[in-house]
Design a protein around this ligand. Structure first.
Ligand code: PLP
Length: 385
């Protein structure tokens, strides 16, 4: 069934159509750049708004998406959601190992990040009591200032961890602060810091399978940072994080549509929405569309946003409300209540993608995608390209 037909059968007011063949395409773009290195697919934050369980199921199906070795989420709840949906692939918990969560981390066979001795000792003791060996990745802070051990403490910590019963150190990692910039000088310093530790470990004959730091930006334009595992997020969903224009063929995998729920002809001088920030200059046809900031359409797009209606780009007028947004559709012929408009996506040769909305809303495509709300029904097109 076509996405359009599927959408028409849905009662909800807004629908995100997710094209899994585009996800495969983007994954192939990652593969092209990394050769035989392995992939940790970052699917935290509900797979950047795309729906973590269906995306994980698709990526985890080895036949469809060969080469994804691990999945990455931020928090325990996200990992449990995946396990309860039947996903058995390795899952990296990318924010740490809170001591109170250790029983569930072990029960659900998750791989936490470690960067403090208290968690290391508590995890080791718990694992030993249960007769388990828990895989962990050790995080170093090489310049992000967020999570991780200072580089000066890394070696002794890793040595202690590798000797600890019940623990298997499967990886070491760090995270770039600005690999998206053209100027990679700070990123190079971070890379050097990780390399030094990795080399020292090899000299000390401490064998750890993975060393990783490459996010989408580094995968795309910083080949020397690929090590043996990369962690793409945004590029899987079809967008480039790079400051400069990217030459990589990425395909946005999500299109977002919402229904027109009211249409009204109003005279010149009519005010639209809260605060009366827009006044019609002519007799106008105003469409009220069923999407608002509660669905992730940013309020900063008030009087700035653009949607596509019957193949025409039309402006958002007045303030974006919680559940609705108004458009000036005076020049759009034969629009009816119940019709769909394109909020993110393409229609009849016109397009509005999340990176354009991000620019208009003074943010980044990550925030636009992650913000897509729970009320939006997600449907998945599974046909391979
Ligand atoms: C630790 C870590 N690795 C990888 C990623 C993926 O980054 P990107 O979406 O830019 O590829 C993120 C995302 O924020 C992250 O926090």
């Amino acid at each position: 069934m076509s996405a359009g037909k599927k959408r028409d059968q849905i009662r909800s007011a807004s629908v995100a159509e997710i094209d899994l063949s585009a996800l495969s395409h983007n994954l192939r773009q990652v593969r092209k750049r990394i050769g035989r290195r392995e992939i940790l697919a970052v699917i935290k934050a509900n797979a950047y708004g795309h729906g973590a369980v269906p995306i994980a199921k698709f990526l985890a199906g080895k036949k469809r998406a060969p080469g994804v070795s691990l999945l990455g989420v931020a928090y325990l709840e996200e990992a449990i959601q995946l396990r309860e949906a039947g996903i058995t692939d390795p899952i990296l918990l990318m924010t740490g190992c809170p001591i109170e969560q250790i029983p569930e981390i072990v029960r659900y066979q998750l791989t936490p990040l470690l960067f403090d001795s208290e968690s290391l000792i508590a995890l080791s003791r718990y694992a030993v009591r249960r007769g388990k060996r828990v895989k962990v990745h050790i995080k170093l802070d090489t310049g992000m200032g967020r999570l991780g051990l200072p580089v000066s403490e890394a070696l002794p910590f890793i040595q202690t961890a590798t000797a600890q019963k019940g623990i298997q150190v499967e990886g070491i990692l760090t995270h770039f602060a600005e690999a998206d910039l053209k100027d990679l000088s700070f990123a190079r310093k971070q890379l050097e810091a990780l390399k030094q530790i990795w080399t020292a470990l090899q000299k000390a004959k401490i064998k750890i399978p993975y060393c990783h730091l490459a996010n989408s930006a580094a995968i795309m334009h910083f080949g020397s940072a690929h090590f043996n595992l990369v962690r793409p997020g945004l590029m899987l969903y079809g967008y480039s994080p790079l400051e400069e224009e990217s030459k990589i063929d990425l395909r946005p995998i999500l299109q977002l549509r919402a229904r027109v729920i009211a249409l009204k002809k109003v005279p010149a001088g009519t005010s639209i929405s809260y605060g009366r920030t827009f006044l019609t200059r002519r007799e106008s046809l105003i469409a009220t569309v069923a999407i608002g900031y509660a669905d992730g359409y940013p309020r900063l797009l008030s009087n700035r946003g653009v949607m596509i209606v019957r193949g025409q780009r039309v402006p958002v007028v007045g303030r974006v409300c919680m559940d609705m947004t108004m458009l000036d559709v005076t020049d759009v012929p034969s629009l009816e209540v119940g019709d769909w408009v394109t909020v993110i996506g393409e229609e009849e040769g016109q397009a509005v993608w999340a990176d354009e909305l991000a620019r208009l809303a003074e943010t980044i495509p990550y925030e636009i995608l992650c913000g897509i709300g729970e009320r939006v029904t997600r449907i998945y097109k599974t046909r391979e390209a």
